[in-house]
Design a protein around this ligand. Structure first.
Ligand code: ZN
Ligand code: ZN
Ligand code: ZN
Ligand code: ZN
Ligand code: ZN
Ligand code: ZN
Length: 476
């Protein structure tokens, strides 16, 4: 059975300037679209096998008429259009009577009414950038194969140890690692006793684990147990463990293996700094920016991970140990990883308006008109953010609820934060504060989520895209 979706499309005279709109309820991958010849209007995307396209009298009206059904054919690039309206429609200038059907190809022109005149015309086409296939594959898993060999429960926040690739709960493995560290031992895999060289969170298995617990709640554990487990979980990003012994054994001519481990060098493995030297088999984090190593130390005041993306960054750590860049090991400078309160910005991040440069330009002009700088506006809105006056649920950062002025974030996450704040600035701006040309535009029904804005320059310019979607499968 094909999936069925529906959409609403105009079958009304434009000359009457009646408003109409589309609703898409879709799950499948995008393949085709009906592109209106009048570029002020959005594409109708056809993402399922049988898509019902309807018309609607007014955006608020519940009165809707079916217009047609477009069914994908087996062959590539072809579909069948069934006329479901009360009148004839035109396909490639041929009249298709009520309840009639005809095959359409890419490039077919569709007019949703008989005379042609006054109707919005569409061209049937393949989407320029179809999304990747999202069809789901069903697989069977025995829960016995999804259990942690330390606690014997189904994994919780699963981590994978390499090279043996055994899986454990984050909390269980973190606890195990701490025990090995205390005894100054190698971290051996609790399941097979192989020396663990890496451990990291496994997001793929995490999804499987969540699906399993959803399917059979009896496999879950009490909330108190989960809380205890979470409190001992310390693996946030990939950890590199015990690559040091080889260098200790270093002779005058290093072996190939030793040379391979050289890029993993960490300043505090080489010599003690600030009274600290790495444990013999100590765990390390690799900085996302400079790719250098830093020790994975518990109970430090200084952050080793960016709160917004959970990736490790070494700038704050090494500056707290008074290690500066320019020495033999890769080390980031302090400015690469500092609290939000110390950061400034001079430009509107490209991500603020979904890469739509027209909207970016309008926001820029609004700020200039107010006699302010981007930094002024960002600081003003960060204050509101800090005072919890802004809904954080749509914020594109991890741990959004815990972010404050003293939170360390990486450069990327700071851009995302500023983009988020400037979006709020812009969307709350009264229309009469916008430049006249911008204020005169109508809202695009798909709002910020509109895909047409990315490939249709004219549409991107002529419609306002700084608004919430009022159509489409965005639940907001
Ligand atoms: Zn466990
Ligand atoms: Zn193992
Ligand atoms: Zn080290
Ligand atoms: Zn980050
Ligand atoms: Zn670094
Ligand atoms: Zn749009």
């Amino acid at each position: 059975m094909g999936q069925t979706g529906s959409a609403f499309s105009p079958s009304l005279f434009l000359s009457l300037s009646v408003k109409f709109s589309f609703v898409l309820e879709l799950q499948s991958n995008v393949m085709f679209a009906c592109v209106p010849l009048d570029t002020r209007f959005s594409d109708i995307e056809i993402r399922c096998n049988d898509m019902v396209i309807c018309s609607e009298i007014k955006p608020s009206s519940s009165e809707r008429h079916e217009w047609c059904i477009i069914t994908k054919n087996l062959g590539p690039g072809s579909a069948t259009i069934h006329n479901k309206s009360s009148d004839a429609i035109l396909v490639d200038e041929a009249i298709i009577p009520k309840d009639g059907a005809v095959d359409i190809m890419c490039g077919s022109e569709i007019v949703p009414g008989p005379g042609g005149q006054g109707f919005l015309q569409y061209r049937f086409t393949v989407m320029p950038a179809p999304e990747s296939r999202t069809q789901l594959l069903k697989i069977s898993i025995d829960p016995e194969n999804a259990k942690c060999s330390i606690c014997l429960n189904v994994w919780h926040d699963v981590v994978t140890a390499a090279p043996c690739l055994h899986n454990f709960c984050n909390g269980c493995f973190s606890e195990w690692m701490r025990r090995c560290e205390k005894k100054h031992q190698h971290v051996l895999c609790p399941q097979c006793r192989t020396t663990v060289q890496y451990v990291g969170r496994n997001h793929f298995l995490q999804n499987i684990q969540e699906e399993m617990l959803k399917a059979d709640t009896a496999l879950g554990r009490p909330a108190e147990d989960v809380a205890v487990l979470d409190s001992s979980a310390s693996i946030q990003s990939n950890l590199i463990i015990g690559s040091k012994r080889k260098r200790r054994l270093s002779t005058l001519s290093p072996t190939l293996e030793e040379r391979d481990s050289l890029p993993l060098r960490c300043p505090q493995c080489v010599a003690p700094i600030g009274g600290y030297q790495c444990e013999r088999h100590g765990a390390h984090l690799q900085c996302h920016l400079c790719r250098g190593m830093m020790p994975f130390r518990a109970n430090l005041q200084v952050p080793l991970h960016c709160m917004g993306c959970d990736r490790p960054f070494c700038g704050a750590y090494w500056s707290s140990e008074n290690v500066t860049p320019g020495e033999s090991s890769p080390v980031c400078s302090r400015e690469t990883f500092i609290p939000i309160s110390e950061r400034t910005t001079t430009r509107i991040p490209f991500i603020t308006h979904e890469m739509n440069r027209h909207e970016q330009d309008i926001t820029q002009r609004c700020i200039a008109q107010m006699g302010k700088t981007v930094q002024d506006v960002a600081a003003e809105w960060f204050k509101r953010f800090n005072n919890r006056e802004i809904d954080r649920s749509r914020m594109p950062l991890n741990h959004a609820e815990t972010i404050t002025a003293s939170t360390h974030v990486c450069n990327d996450c700071y851009d995302k934060l500023v983009g988020f704040l400037l979006y709020w600035f812009r969307i709350t701006l009264p229309r009469d504060h916008l430049p006249a040309d911008a204020a005169a535009r109508e809202d695009c029904w798909y709002g910020y989520a509109c895909r047409t804005q990315h490939h249709n320059e004219e549409h991107a310019r002529k419609r306002n895209h700084v608004c919430r979607p009022t159509r489409g499968n965005h639940h907001s």
